[in-house]
Design a protein around this ligand. Structure first.
Ligand SMILES: Cc1cc2nc3c(=O)[nH]c(=O)nc-3n(C[C@H](O)[C@H](O)[C@H](O)COP(=O)(O)OP(=O)(O)OC[C@H]3O[C@@H](n4cnc5c(N)ncnc54)[C@H](O)[C@@H]3O)c2cc1C
Length: 605
């Protein structure tokens, strides 16, 4: 049975905020069940979240989500912005004061919005008689489950607290160490650390690993410190500062891709069963209990994608999709080729015309939106995929998907193209390798391996790794007592085929294979959870006292949980599981029929 009398939430970012919002939605059910909520936040101030916190982020860093795409809180982002004075909006780098719900704004503006929604929710919850304790500047450093099932929490001041239920919502973690002597930053966060001191310039090329949205943050923040952007005949131009004549940014990306651009959407919010019914999906589950990705593509994706590409008038793709032999991988290859240019900046210029047409004339790009919906749906059924399909998804599909969904706002793309026209940015395709001697001198040395033409050594005075966060495994799980006592375990999955081919074993890292008696299992990233985010212990028992809704801990079983919509969906599923247990006396995560019934019935999923 669940015991919500005394709950703790670790972290006060968007996931925590949406958890509170979803508790608030069912406050009639919870007001006599929840006695006390304690929120622990390592930052001094609660309610911002990592990417939106002014201590991490720069005013030039843009969100890639507009008000109409942000799941419901107490008031919408657009309405909140409209109620702020111009002075504050200017501080958020907003100069166009007629706020548009489909426009994107700075992440700092979003952070202050979240902070205020957080405070409003806490006030509302407190008013119902629930005690709420806010612990700022209180990093949780360990968790341990006591014999009586209660969770003992230790904070950074070594204070110990005991709770009936703990929810981990601790989000991003950037643990890798910088090497300042070699001019190497292991991540760009907080972004203030990579900026030159006021009045000084980086008068040399700066290397960046990755061409992701974080890399774009670095590009916008550094370029604003090395010159100014002016509008000439409706076109953005970059004028480099005279003391920074050698300033240039060199992006290193394995595939040599720049992200896709922001596009108009018909339905700004994702939906699990938009393109097919729950029953259609459940009918695909085979006798062994697996959902095969090829069946998912064939039966559920292909018809929706044909419809979407037809609406986009991409008839060459429609023709291919109509051929049975044209597989999911073929589609990814074809669409990647369409996005692959001899010169990616010239490609971005060409895509900019379509993207502007899409946004300005409100013409959706249906295939991108449909693909995002389909993958969002697959995400919430990923526990049904066998090992072979997890491998396929990660290797063949995810790099492309990440490039499509992490769409670049058009304002950021304009900055990019202005830098390109000013010859201040370059993109190098190839895999970056750090060697033993990479950090030995006062310049970092990297090796770039090209797909075709061998390799090349390069040196940088300053190199910023924007390759993203490392996956969280048991070894680097932040609350080690849980690992030691076996309260959590790795996420794993069975293979569908009993004989695993030598080819597959050769392709896999041996440390990813686990032998369990006669059974061979694939070790996925992160920890094991059930579908309502209860952690699973080493004996396979779900824990009613410990939930993990940190997407970086659970990305093996929920591989496509990105962004604010996932923050809401995750906490909503958890809260609905409590409601069902309290009202119906039933745990919905025990079988796929029940949890998918929730996905189908709830309008926000
Ligand atoms: C650079 C960047 C830009 C992004 N931009 C967007 C965007 O524009 N749109 C979008 O939809 N998504 C964006 N995302 C995705 C992002 O993951 C989510 O929007 C969101 O921030 C996730 O919220 P969270 O609460 O799970 O994690 P976080 O935002 O990381 O918040 C977690 C909170 O927990 C605290 N915390 C961590 N560990 C502890 C601990 N041990 N004890 C106490 N407190 C702790 C942290 O200080 C933080 O406040 C972006 C991500 C990054 C990295």
């Amino acid at each position: 049975m669940i015991d919500l009398s005394n709950i703790a939430i670790i972290g006060s970012g968007p996931t925590s905020l949406y958890l509170l919002q979803n508790i608030w939605t069912h406050i009639d059910v919870f007001k006599n069940k929840i006695g006390k909520i304690s929120i622990f936040e390592k930052d001094k101030i609660l309610g911002f979240g990592m990417p939106y916190n002014p201590s991490n982020t720069d005013v030039f860093n843009m969100a890639n989500i507009s008000s109409e795409e942000i799941p419901k809180l107490q008031e919408s982002f657009g309405d909140w912005l409209r109620s702020q004075n111009r002075e504050l909006l200017t501080k958020f780098n907003i100069s166009e004061f007629s706020i548009d719900d489909s426009e994107v704004y700075s992440r700092i503006a979003l952070g202050y919005y979240f902070h205020e929604q957080f405070n409003q929710l806490l006030t509302a919850i407190k008013a119902t008689g629930i005690e709420v304790n806010e612990h700022g500047d209180a990093e949780v450093i360990d968790l341990l489950q006591k014999k009586n099932g209660r969770i003992l929490l230790t904070d950074s001041q070594h204070k110990k607290h005991t709770f009936s239920t703990v929810i981990i919502a601790s989000g991003h973690l950037w643990k890798e160490k910088d090497n300042l002597k070699a001019g190497y930053f292991a991540s760009p966060w907080p972004i203030s650390k990579i900026l030159p001191n006021e009045g000084t310039f980086y008068n040399f090329p700066v290397g960046i690993l990755g061409a992701s949205l974080s890399a774009f943050d670095v590009v916008t923040s550094l370029s604003h410190r090395h010159g100014e952007f002016v509008s000439v005949e409706n076109k953005l131009k970059f004028l480099k500062h005279k003391e920074a004549s050698n300033f240039k940014i060199v992006l290193h990306s394995a595939e040599g891709w720049l992200p896709h651009l922001q596009y108009e959407q018909q339905e700004p919010l994702r939906e699990i069963y938009r393109h097919f019914s729950r029953r259609q999906l459940l009918d695909l589950i085979g006798d062994e209990g697996f959902l095969r990705i090829e069946d998912f593509f064939e039966k559920l994706c292909r018809p929706s994608l044909i419809a979407a590409f037809t609406k986009d008038n991409l008839l060459d793709v429609v023709e291919k999709l109509q051929q049975e032999a044209f597989s999911f991988k073929d589609l990814v290859t074809l669409m990647s080729e369409k996005h692959e240019y001899v010169n990616s900046f010239e490609g971005m210029k060409a895509e900019m015309i379509t993207a502007k047409d899409s946004i300005n004339n409100k013409i959706p790009i249906y295939w991108m939106e449909t693909l995002d919906d389909l993958m969002y749906s697959l995400n919430y059924h990923s526990e049904l995929l066998p090992a072979e399909d997890h491998i396929f998804l990660h290797k063949e599909i995810m790099p492309f998907l990440m490039n499509v969904i992490a769409a670049l706002p058009l304002q950021s793309a304009e900055i990019f193209l202005a830098l390109y026209d000013a010859k201040c940015i370059a993109l190098k395709a190839g895999k970056v390798i750090f060697n033993d001697d990479s950090f030995e001198n006062d310049k970092i040395k990297i090796t770039v391996e090209f797909e075709k033409d061998g390799k090349k050594e390069m040196e940088y005075n300053l190199f910023i790794n924007c390759g993203g966060q490392k996956s969280v495994e048991l070894e680097n799980f932040p609350f080690q007592s849980l690992v030691k006592q076996g309260s959590i375990r790795r996420a794993t999955t069975n293979f569908a085929t009993s004989t695993i081919t030598d080819q597959l074993i050769k392709e896999l890292d041996a440390s990813k294979i686990m032998h369990d008696g006669d059974c061979t299992r694939l070790i996925l990233s992160g920890i094991d959870i059930d579908s309502s985010y209860r952690t699973i212990n080493e004996n396979g028992t779900p824990n009613n006292s410990l939930y993990d809704i940190n997407f970086t801990h659970t990305n093996g079983l929920r591989p496509y949980s990105y962004g604010l919509q996932a923050c809401n969906a995750t906490s909503l599923i958890l809260v609905e599981s409590w409601v069902s247990e309290i009202v119906e006396g039933e745990n919905i995560s025990n079988n796929i029929e029940n949890i998918t019934a929730l996905y189908e019935e709830n309008e926000e999923l």
